[in-house]
Design a protein around this ligand. Structure first.
Ligand code: A2P
Length: 341
């Protein structure tokens, strides 16, 4: 039998799914056979993978026979319906949706931070929300060195985080503006071109958005700090790709900016771009297309004894979604957690 795994990508025509195909190829993931699924709208379309054009099929209950690893990024409802079928068919699921993230029986994994959590999974491993991934990466080395007491995080989130329709809406509105035409609002709750929208996902009863609540609950689960104080605000911005987060932390132990810079630089998956004299700091333009998360503007919080401010930017389609999911699958293979052949 040929080496490698039978892999399925559910949501292969979407922003995260098409990036998953790219990352599988870039990282030379051991694929023996690749099946691409989406809704019936896309059945018969093709997607490219390593020089081949692969036909997209409508996902259905029979899709997972023989599939060993399935990547899901077709939304929560589709994950709830089909991920258990993929597991029943004998495969493991790496799920990018929010369907199972807070299920206590499902590990929520960022491989650089909590690879141990993936051990003993029951068929589904969840990959966090894209803003969670980019925010939690720099929090881990700070916590290990000085113990986090409180985190305040304000996000600047790209439109591709809302899928291909978000990208199309920003492009359409920007073109209409350039032509002097009226801007049509079809997808986001307000105009996104030349605007900021402090509203991502539904509002909960307490005035927070679901996106903000995800940030709180998912960071606590990944860091295994159920009582960590986190105060989030999430904002959609007219940027195509890469999420940026302004983070303020208070720690138990003092931490100088120089020490924090060293901790970030030594942590796998993080890179420091922090040279204000040269106007050097991370920005979405420049980070797009990269797998690492980039930290800059590292400085003491002048209002607090053990406080630190920094700015982190990550390509949310890559590390925030597809790269993290593929890293999880690589981790499962290394640990023997994927049935093969
Ligand atoms: P389709 O292109 O056929 O609509 P994005 O996050 O970029 O919006 O992408 C969402 C992905 O999830 C797309 O691949 C989309 O397929 C897929 N998808 C959405 N709804 C369904 C569904 N009901 N069944 C299967 N796939 C779906």
């Amino acid at each position: 039998m040929a080496a490698g795994y039978v892999v399925a990508v559910v949501g292969a025509t979407g922003a995260a799914g098409s990036t998953t195909l790219k990352i599988l190829a870039e990282r030379k993931f051991p694929v023996r056979e690749l099946r691409c699924y989406a809704s019936e709208r896309s059945a018969g379309k093709t997607v490219s993978f390593m020089g081949d054009e692969l036909r997209v099929e409508k996902v259905g209950p029979e899709a997972f026979k023989g599939v060993e690893i399935a990547f899901f990024s077709a939304g929560s409802a589709q994950s709830k319906e089909y991920a258990p079928l993929a597991v029943r068919a004998g495969g493991v699921v790496v799920d990018k949706s929010s369907a199972f993230r807070m299920d206590p029986t499902v590990p929520l994994v960022v491989p650089e931070i909590n690879p141990h959590a993936a051990e003993g999974h029951s068929g589904i491993v969840a990959s966090p929300n894209c803003t969670t991934v980019v925010t939690v990466m720099p929090l881990k080395p700070l916590h290990d060195a000085a113990r986090l007491r409180r985190v305040i995080a304000t996000s600047y989130q790209a439109v591709s985080g809302a899928g291909v329709k978000g990208v199309e809406e920003l492009r359409r509105q920007a073109l209409a503006w350039a032509r002097g035409e009226a801007l049509k609002v079809e997808y986001f709750p307000h105009q996104i071109a030349f605007n900021l929208i402090p509203h991502i996902d539904r509002f909960a009863d307490n005035g927070y958005t679901e996106e903000e609540l995800k940030l709180i609950h998912e960071i606590r689960k990944i860091l295994e700090l159920p009582d960590l104080k986190i105060s989030p605000t999430t904002v959609r911005v007219p940027v195509f790709t890469a999420h940026s987060i302004a983070v303020n932390v208070e720690t138990d132990e003092p931490l100088t900016p120089a020490r924090a810079r060293d901790l970030f630089a030594d942590f796998p998956g993080l890179r420091v771009w922090d040279d204000p004299g040269q106007n050097r700091y991370p920005m979405p333009v420049g980070v797009e297309g990269q797998d690492d998360c980039f930290v800059g503007r590292i400085r003491a919080d002048l209002s607090l004894a053990n406080g630190l401010n920094f700015w982190v930017v990550g390509d949310q389609l890559r590390k925030g979604a597809a790269t993290n999911a593929v890293q999880i699958a690589e981790l499962l293979i290394r640990e023997g957690g994927v049935p093969n052949g």
